[in-house]
Unconditional design. Structure first.
Ligand SMILES: O=P(O)(O)O[C@H]1O[C@H](CO)[C@@H](O)[C@H]1O
Ligand SMILES: O=c1cc[nH]c(=O)[nH]1
Length: 236
């Protein structure tokens, strides 16, 4: 057990999916896994372990924002030996071609700042996905026929952003979408030699101002969950 995760070491699998929303973790575990056990309820940040196609998988809520994700990912790596960590999140679309409900696979994650800023200081470290996971997820999305975009995203510190000038530059430089966790997930994976990826579903659009209701964000983004599962075990 750790401060924030109440599971015994053997209750957490080496492959962990990480939705921000703990109720998306519950829905995804109950929908896609068998033999599901709830392994964490500390602070209501629900986690579940079960099996998918014979493989053990944990789906653990990470909370919103990089400081929250950093707590769970640090504990999952250092106390539970998690090896493969895949965020399954929502994002806001930032290009005309990126439509609501499309999937975005984050090849890299730009940011203004992350919790790792104190380490990198003047270095503009480029947080990037594990290439094997990225390729496997893109292949899974193609074979499923899911409208999918692969590229650079933006990991923000705030949901209610006050920098339209910065958004304009990101749109101009091809950023596909905005969310709030992937950059620090990629930093931590690099630091600890683990594999990480973020597979996202577009829930909002910064250009069209569309926005899905919270229940849809919790319970309807199944394509990204299955893409993440297929990518996690593509080589096994
Ligand atoms: O839907 P999740 O996975 O929480 O991801 C996105 O949604 C939250 C904001 O509503 C942030 O955590 C952002 O990254
Ligand atoms: O961070 C996020 C997540 C979903 N939608 C947004 O617009 N921003």
């Amino acid at each position: 057990m750790t401060i924030h995760i109440g599971a015994e070491p053997e209750q957490i699998a080496q492959t962990v999916l990480l939705p921000g929303d703990p109720y998306r973790a519950k829905w995804a575990a109950e929908t896609f896994l068998s033999d599901v056990e709830c392994i964490n309820q500390v602070r209501g940040m629900l986690g579940f372990t079960g099996t998918w196609n014979g493989h053990r998988v944990t789906i653990q809520g990470s909370g919103m924002g990089m400081p929250s994700l950093s707590i769970y990912v640090n504990e999952l790596i250092t106390s539970y030996d998690a090896q493969t960590l895949i965020r399954i999140g929502s994002c806001g679309g930032m290009q005309d071609k990126v439509k609501v409900r499309d999937v975005v696979i984050a090849q890299a994650a730009s940011s203004i700042s992350t919790p790792s800023r104190g380490i990198f200081r003047e270095l503009n470290f480029a947080p990037c996905a594990d290439y094997g996971l990225l390729r496997a997820a893109a292949d899974a999305a193609t074979s499923r026929g899911t409208p999918t975009h692969v590229g650079n995203i933006y990991s923000a510190d705030v949901f209610y952003d006050e920098r339209p000038d910065l958004n304009e530059q990101m749109v101009r430089h091809g950023i596909l979408g905005v969310e709030m966790e992937a950059a620090e997930l990629y930093n931590l994976a690099a630091r600890h030699g683990r594999k990480a990826l973020a597979v996202l579903t577009v829930s909002d659009h910064l250009l069209t101002h569309e926005s899905l209701p919270s229940e849809d964000r919790e319970k309807t983004f199944g394509d990204m969950v299955e893409i993440a599962l297929e990518a996690a075990f593509a080589d096994q």
